[in-house]
Design a protein around this ligand. Sequence first.
Ligand code: HEM
Length: 497
Amino acid sequence: EYRDRKRLQHIASHFQGPKPHWLLGYLPLFPVNDIPGIFETMVKLHERYGQDLFNWGLLNDHMVVVTSAANVEKVVMAKKTQKSQIYEFIEPWLGQGLLISSGEKWFHRRKIITPTFHFKILESFVTVFNREAELLIEKLGQNADAGREFDIYEPISLYALDSICETSMGVEINAQHNPENQYVRDVKRMSELVLLRIFHVLSAFPRTFWYTMPNAWEQRKLIGRLHAFTDSVIQSRRRQLLAAVEQGKVGNQETHADDLYGAKQRSSFLDLLLNVTVGGKPLSDADIREEVDTFMFEGHDTTTSGIAFTFYQLAKHPEIQEKLHQELQDVLGVDYRHVPLTYNTLQNFPYLDMVVKESLRLLPPVSFIGRRLVEDIQMNGVTIPAGTDFTIPIYVIHRNPAVFPDPERFDPERFSDANQHPPGPYDYIPFSAGSRNCIGQRYALLEMKVTVIKMLAHFRVLPGEQMPQVRFKTDLVLRPDKGIPIKLVRRKFDSIK
Ligand code: HEM
């Protein structure tokens, strides 16, 4: 133990950071039950001590936090890595799905799943986004007509959940029609529990935690409910597929994109999992569920934040909102409110691209990621041994003043072609980088763009009274602590300039 400590201190001397408490490391720096406070402390540590920190936990527990482009590249591009310890806390929920698995299993699954994001398939998803966005507008229109201020985060999360279920699972769950959706609430609470867990004194003692802490008991109950929900989605799709087979609708199982079950139904991510065989055997129910859980979570929670944060920024910057409104009229023409958006039309909005990029810079929905080294690497002139955990705080990286001058300012022009100093590949990583980057990146950007265009075509977005008090917190996903209060005002329909 003693020599271990000496060795760690030697490595730590090559990194920045405040002096740790001898037993508790940096834990006393973090507030106990104030979730946004934990997050704000992390950000301040970097502002004070610089880019790459050696972070001490209880006794010899530690991780390295890197934000410099050179070290971020080393970690995300390392040939062999696994996910870091913090991911173990979500494993009872997401299993060894694509997000968490590593090695052969991950490689094989990623290969199977990648074709479900083929652009032909994305094209058909855009139709779903259009339809769900129309429904969102209809629902939110009620707030506009009543002159009511409301939290946009909630309705967007229902919209995103409906979208992921319909596109990827082929199942309609009508969450937008049933706002009291238990799954959405459970996911939110589950994420909070994971964060409290990461910063708990017992974080290095998973077993003790799991069996003694009330939070762990609550977590077990939540997981039971979350799994029951995804199981019901899987069963419902199985039944639909069986019914289709019985009616003789299924022809060639090899085609995925358009014509599988007649014109209306799309082949989904879930269908692929239900049909695929590995070494002649189908995937087990447990195998399928871990991927479905991963997609349901990654595919709705992240985009909810991405979309809601964009409206947060637009509400605060009316001039940018107007410019965007002008762009959508220019691109879509007189009938801009009603033309269905397609994969192709969505490629023609350069200013919208810039706005979305800048929104994902300042408030990246996945605000940090973690890795565990499988092989030793050299960093800051010292050997970091295999097994070391790294954290990459995307939120902090995106605020590097050397790359993004006046970093807190929302300024889409940073991403214009005219910018002489565009960010490098490891300065801006909302979807991570390297082989473990986000598989849903294009899906997410399409969904974000459809939502922003449809909403702005109908409404002007104004800040609610509580807007200046909005605080953010991060667990698995960055989210507002108490919602994002906005107001909507209908745009006059004869306002074409
Ligand atoms: C704005 C929205 C999104 C953001 C900011 C985002 C960001 C990320 C990031 C940073 C990672 C790397 C995670 C890590 O290293 O632990 C990731 C991985 C992943 N994302 Fe996304 N994501 C978004 C939307 C989506 C969507 C819509 C889907 C699915 C439809 C999705 C599915 C996944 C999966 C399955 C992985 C794991 C990939 C692998 O390890 O092979 N994400 N995402």
